[in-house]
Design a protein around this ligand. Structure first.
Ligand SMILES: *[C@@H]1O[C@H](CO)[C@@H](O)[C@H](O)[C@H]1NC(C)=O
Ligand SMILES: *[C@@H]1O[C@H](CO)[C@@H](O)[C@H](O)[C@H]1NC(C)=O
Ligand SMILES: *[C@@H]1O[C@H](CO)[C@@H](O)[C@H](O)[C@H]1NC(C)=O
Ligand SMILES: *[C@@H]1O[C@H](CO)[C@@H](O)[C@H](O)[C@H]1NC(C)=O
Length: 395
């Protein structure tokens, strides 16, 4: 009996080894011509690694060792026509963009994955060197380009992003657009609190996205959630500086896919502009936000810990006396505590066209300067459970 088992397991081991050796491909970008800590551009080596991996059947790993590698071109990794079942990017080094923002100005994204199925990105630093563009924008001379997003996933599925660091993006750091089944975990995002439009992670038109255990410090939203987002799970985020976690801006266009089933859990907001926000333009729209849960959150000196703002109209342009058409329903705020940096800790400024409905406040304790804070409600219906401070003004 023993002999049979031993023989059987030897056969199994052999079979396994065969499978592994037949399908495992490994590509080192240095072998393909990338040069660390030199002035040379490693874009071509990365493109070569991708197309070889894409053309190899089975699973491939692309490795970038330690060191700083200049990437002076926008990279587009397309999964169209790939033979591979899965591609792992293991990055131990830093990808560095040119600090002269004019070099990349004709692309939307610095490093883009498009039409890929089964990509894991682990480790590594993406340093987009955005400070010169921020300075240009802040100088108000008006001649600055929009900037590039650092890392994008477009039209893709079965993606994992683990333990990467994104520094100083020109525009958004990470964008997940038109994707399904994306897991973002252990990510660090860092840009100046004064950097314009440097959102940490932006999700839109995507289903089944999870973002967990990440530290985000930036000049705009830590996480922004756009139209067409469904089944989004956000957990264990530290946010600040930044503008908080925001659903919206929604309703900029008339026809807009809904945002449905979003959970934000066990996260901390420190010195942020907002905590959790839902925001829509004061414009006609058929947009919808429903089934949202904000739970177990700590606010440390957030200016607007809980806010719904349906009157968004920057510079009072393009929203001539309109009201928002976006419907907001079934939003739960549960166990949210800490301090507000302004006296109004809870603000629900909803649309007179479609009142917010099904808003639930449960065990809220937000204070202002260690004293009682206040609430503001306009066109908002809902109910309270447990201890709610500041006192609710829901109708
Ligand atoms: C990938 O395979 C296609 C089709 O066989 C071929 O045209 C293309 O040149 C290959 N690319 C690389 C980088 O090997
Ligand atoms: C390289 O990065 C991977 C993924 O983050 C990590 O698992 C591995 O330990 C790193 N290797 C070195 C030598 O740092
Ligand atoms: C809501 O989304 C979560 C993932 O974020 C998922 O586990 C759950 O099944 C979804 N609920 C419904 C009713 O679809
Ligand atoms: C609310 O928070 C304040 C300060 O954090 C604390 O002193 C107070 O006991 C809390 N109230 C409740 C009901 O938990």
């Amino acid at each position: 009996m023993k002999i049979i088992i031993v023989t059987l397991s030897i056969i199994l081991v052999i079979v396994n080894l065969n499978i592994v050796s037949a399908t495992y491909n490994y590509y080192d970008v240095v072998t393909l011509g990338a040069k660390a800590n030199s002035n040379s551009d490693s874009s071509k080596a990365l493109e070569a690694a991708w197309s070889t991996a894409c053309n190899s059947s089975g699973e491939s790993t692309i490795h970038m060792p330690e060191g700083e590698f200049f990437v002076r071109k926008s990279l587009k990794f397309s999964g169209k026509g790939c033979q591979s079942s899965k591609i792992n990017f293991v990055i131990n080094g830093t990808l560095k963009a040119p600090s002269d923002f004019r070099v990349l100005q004709n692309s939307k994204t610095w490093v883009l994955f498009e039409h890929v199925d089964g990509v894991t990105l682990s480790g590594g630093v993406f340093d987009a060197a955005g400070a010169e563009l921020w300075n240009c924008k802040r100088s108000g001379n008006g001649a600055c380009p929009r900037g590039v997003e650092s890392l994008g996933f477009l039209n893709s599925q079965n993606i994992e992003i683990n333990g990467i660091t994104s520094l100083d993006s020109q525009l958004y750091h990470i964008v997940i657009d038109d994707c399904r089944n994306v897991k973002v975990n252990g990510v660090t995002i860092s840009a100046s609190g004064h950097s314009p439009n440097t959102d940490g992670i932006h999700v839109q038109s995507s289903t089944d996205v999870t973002i967990s255990s990440s530290n985000i410090a930036t000049g705009d939203d830590c996480i922004s959630i756009g139209p067409g987002t469904k089944n989004l799970w956000i957990q264990d985020i530290t946010c600040g500086p930044g503008h908080g976690i925001s659903i919206g801006s929604l309703g900029k266009t008339f026809h807009e896919a809904k945002v449905h089933n979003v959970t934000v859990q066990t996260s901390t907001f420190t010195n942020t502009e907002n905590g959790v926000r839902i925001k829509s333009w004061g414009r006609p729209s058929d947009g919808l936000v429903s089934n949202v849960v904000f739970q177990h959150l700590t606010m440390e000196n957030a200016r607007n810990p809980i806010i719904i703002d349906q009157k968004y109209c920057p510079n009072h342009k393009n929203c001539p006396g309109e009201v928002s058409g976006v419907r907001i329903s079934d939003v739960t705020y549960d166990d949210i505590h800490g301090s507000s940096a302004t006296s109004i800790a809870v603000k629900f400024d909803c649309s007179p066209k479609h009142r917010c409905s099904g808003i639930k406040l449960k065990n809220i304790n937000l204070t202002y300067k260690n004293k009682q804070a206040s609430s503001f409600c306009s066109n908002c219906e809902g109910s309270t459970f447990g201890d709610v401070q500041p006192n609710s003004c829901l109708e």
